[in-house]
Write a protein that binds this ligand. Structure first.
Ligand SMILES: *Cc1c(COP(=O)(O)O)cnc(C)c1O
Length: 222
């Protein structure tokens, strides 16, 4: 299939899942271009998608130099080293991988305006994954109270590769409930209304469980 056909297929799957879940709030499809060429990224943007994601500072710089349409919104979805923050932080619309206080402190130092951040959560507790444990999320967000450049827009997770459908529903639901808990705190710097969850293999289930941003790569480019 062409990239345009893939985009259409993914959007149809998202639309069907929204209906199945009785949802009326929007779902943003974020195209993950990290393993793909500039030409492929241009093809995806030509279909009308405006949210693009990279996971390395070098990849972001390369794609941004080539794709200059002003309506594009760039998402950084990889783990971010402190020394790379200044390269990236003022060039993105969303950071999906805030996972520690030292990173927040570096963002506070380097950002020119408040940055939309997702707190990355390791819901399954897999040792190999980055992200906070569910129980650490509220204390972490509370600890950001004095950071004027950090705006917590939501929570993000990556599901384990071997999770079955039942486990995926459960994981995504746990993140949604945590999102609700944080949103109800009423912290001005942490409206926390969004859920960044779902990749090529599990975005349908993520939308059923309330994802507002899905990060899809492989399914768009195969
Ligand atoms: C690569 C990546 C994705 C997209 O994965 P696909 O399986 O290619 O859809 C989504 N989120 C993160 C954090 C990633 O690193």
């Amino acid at each position: 299939m062409t990239i345009a056909e893939n985009v259409q297929q993914v959007q149809q799957t998202i639309a069907a899942a929204r209906i199945e879940a009785g949802r009326t709030d929007p779902v943003t499809l974020v195209a993950v271009t990290k393993y793909h060429t500039i030409e492929e990224a241009q093809a995806v943007a030509a279909t009308g998608l405006t949210n693009l994601a990279e996971n390395r500072p070098e990849g972001l710089a390369e794609k941004q130099a080539a794709l200059t349409a002003t309506d594009l919104k760039w998402h950084f979805i990889g783990s971010l080293q402190k020394r790379k923050v200044k390269q990236v932080i003022n060039k993105i619309a969303y950071l999906h991988s805030l996972d520690r206080l030292s990173l927040a402190a570096e963002i506070e130092k380097r950002a020119e305006q408040p940055i939309n951040c997702f707190v990355e959560v390791n819901v399954s507790g897999e040792a190999s994954k980055s992200g906070l444990k569910l129980a650490e999320v509220e204390p972490f967000i509370r600890s950001l109270v004095d950071f004027t450049k950090i705006r917590i827009v939501g929570l993000m997770t990556m599901a384990p590769i071997d999770a079955d459908d039942h486990a995926l529903h459960e994981l995504f639901k746990q993140l949604r409930l945590k999102r609700d808990t944080i949103a109800q705190l009423g912290l001005t710097y942490a409206p926390c209304r969004e859920l960044s969850m779902g990749m090529s293999r599990d975005y349908r289930i993520a939308v059923l469980e309330g994802a507002t941003f899905v990060r899809v790569g492989t399914a768009l480019f195969q």
